[in-house]
Each structure stands twice: as structure tokens, then as C-alpha cells.
Design a protein around this ligand. Structure first.
Ligand SMILES: C[S@@+](CC[C@H](N)C(=O)[O-])C[C@H]1O[C@@H](n2cnc3c(N)ncnc32)[C@H](O)[C@@H]1O
Length: 264
């Protein structure tokens, strides 16, 4: 039997395909036998969407909960997957960024979710601080709990609000490194992030989408795109693309890219 499209987050199996109930039951039983840690099966009935990047889920089998703990590189993330974004597929990207951070850095995460990037950084760097903003109240509440759960109090600070309001009010000209993990707002967030860099210098981890079927990256295209965006906001800056990579395919011709920008 052809396997059904699915995802596992902690103890929850998410079936991402509509099919008849007997196939779903057979598949769920098979998966629960294969992975004894699965205690809930849910059906995903919408795509991930909106600025909060959430999806509609329906309970199908097992424990009636959408809350779970996802463990990664010694950290634990508590999340309600029906109200907050979470993706195990960003695990490598979180570790990659965490390893780039150096002693004493001040870091700003515009779009924190339940905290996996911020906490991955803080648990890799004892004397850094990660200011972490989140708009979705549910995700923010889990962010606060995850900061405590992972003993990051004082190293990750949570702010409930819209990053486009919070950043200019609190963080202009203060940060060494900035994370922009929301491709939907890639263009709008870049000039605001630039203004939050201390003396216009530092690193911005810019996540974007690109319509392409090509895995290879042409950095010149992105340099031009950054130039255009910053010029529109009357920002003149010196920057290089330090590295760029494909995070994942969001659709057959939509690449989710990580672009590391260094301003000097
Ligand atoms: C793609 S998710 C990434 C979350 C997190 N970085 C992660 O990897 O799990 C983007 C997050 O940004 C939040 N968000 C969207 N617009 C925002 C805004 N203007 N200000 C602050 N947070 C926002 C969403 O609610 C969502 O939790």
C-alpha cells in the first residue's frame, strides 16, 4: 500500500492527506505500532496559512490533545500544534544558526513562535541574550513556558506584539544579529531589521521563498533583491551574502531559502 503523507511532531501523528476512513485507520494503527511514542492521530484539513502560520487539525484517534513536547538537541519544546506554528524540518537550520553565534552577542528574533530558534541559540551561548517577539498570544504563552522549561530565563526575553511596532520602539541601533524566520514578511522586515543593527553592522538571517525549480542558488539575484529593498527605504549599506542554502521545498517550484547577510 502506498504510504500516506504524514508528519510526526512529538507524540502527534499528523495525516496530511484526505482519504477514506478505513485506510486512515489502518495507516494510523500501523504507525502507532511502528512508533510507540505516538499517542494521538490528527487529520490536517487546511494548509499552513496566514501570518500566524497555523493549520486546521481534527482529532482522529488516541488522546484528544493537540499539545505535545518535541525534543531536539537536548532542548524540549512544548507546543499546541493547532494554535501555533512548529516544524521539525527546521531543526538543522536552528542548529546551524546557533553555532554561528559568538560570545556576548545581542540577538533579535522578529518572529519567535514557541521559541525553537531563540532557545537553540541561548542553550549554545551562555552570555548571549535573544530578544524574542511573537504576535500570536498562544505561541507567546508557549514561548514563555519553553524559556522556563529549557532554563533560559534571562537569556531569552519574550515580547508579545507585532515586531513591526515593537522593533522600532525598543531595539533600533542595538543588535548584533537578527533573525527573520518568516518568508511571508521577508521584504517588509528587512529594512526594519537593518535599522536595529548596532551602527549598521552585524548579521541578518533572512528567510525567503523563491519561485524556482533549481536547487542551486544564484547569490547575485539575492544581492540585487536586497539592494532594491533597502534602496526603496533610502538605506545605503555595505553588505555581503556570507552563505545561502535551500532549507526545503515548500512546493515543487517554491524554494524556502536561508540567506545570511553580513553588514559592515
Ligand atoms: C514561520 S513561524 C516561525 C516561528 C519560529 N521561528 C519557528 O521556527 O518555529 C512565524 C511566526 O511569526 C509570528 N508572526 C507573524 N507576524 C508577526 C509579526 N508581525 N510580529 C511578530 N510575530 C509575528 C507568527 O505568529 C509565527 O509564530
Amino acid at each position: 500500500m502506498k504510504d500516506i503523507v504524514y508528519e510526526i511532531i512529538g507524540s502527534i501523528l499528523i495525516i496530511r492527506e484526505q482519504t477514506d476512513e478505513s485506510k486512515l485507520t489502518e495507516f494510523s494503527n500501523r504507525m502507532m505500532q511502528k512508533y510507540p511514542s505516538i499517542s494521538t492521530v490528527t487529520l490536517q484539513t487546511s494548509k499552513v496559512g496566514g501570518f500566524e502560520r497555523t493549520r486546521k487539525l481534527e482529532h482522529f484517534m488516541g488522546n484528544k490533545t493537540f499539545e505535545t513536547v518535541y525534543k531536539e538537541y537536548g532542548n524540549s519544546y512544548l507546543v499546541d500544534i493547532s494554535t501555533s506554528f512548529f516544524s521539525p524540518r527546521l531543526s538543522f537550520e536552528r542548529q546551524r544558526i546557533a553555532k554561528l553565534v559568538t560570545k556576548g552577542e545581542k540577538i533579535l528574533n522578529f518572529f519567535s513562535g514557541v521559541g525553537p530558534f531563540s532557545i537553540a541559540i541561548a542553550t549554545n551561548c551562555n552570555d548571549c541574550i535573544v530578544y524574542s517577539i511573537e504576535l500570536n498570544t498562544n505561541a507567546y504563552q508557549y514561548l514563555v513556558r519553553n524559556i522556563e522549561l529549557n532554563k533560559c530565563v534571562g537569556r531569552v526575553e519574550a515580547y508579545l506584539g507585532d515586531a513591526f511596532n515593537v522593533v522600532p520602539k525598543l531595539f533600533n541601533n542595538k543588535m548584533d544579529r537578527i533573525l527573520l524566520p518568516l518568508p511571508l514578511e521577508a521584504e517588509k522586515s528587512l529594512p526594519i531589521a537593518y535599522k536595529a543593527l548596532k551602527n549598521g553592522k552585524g548579521n541578518i538571517h533572512w528567510q525567503i521563498t523563491e519561485k524556482t525549480s533549481n536547487k542551486e542558488i544564484n547569490n547575485q539575484t539575492f544581492e540585487n533583491r536586497v539592494d532594491e529593498i533597502l534602496n526603496r527605504s533610502q538605506i545605503s549599506s555595505n553588505f555581503q551574502i556570507e552563505s545561502s542554502r535551500l532549507i526545503r521545498w515548500l512546493a515543487p517550484r517554491v524554494a524556502h531559502r536561508a540567506i545570511d547577510l553580513v553588514f559592515n
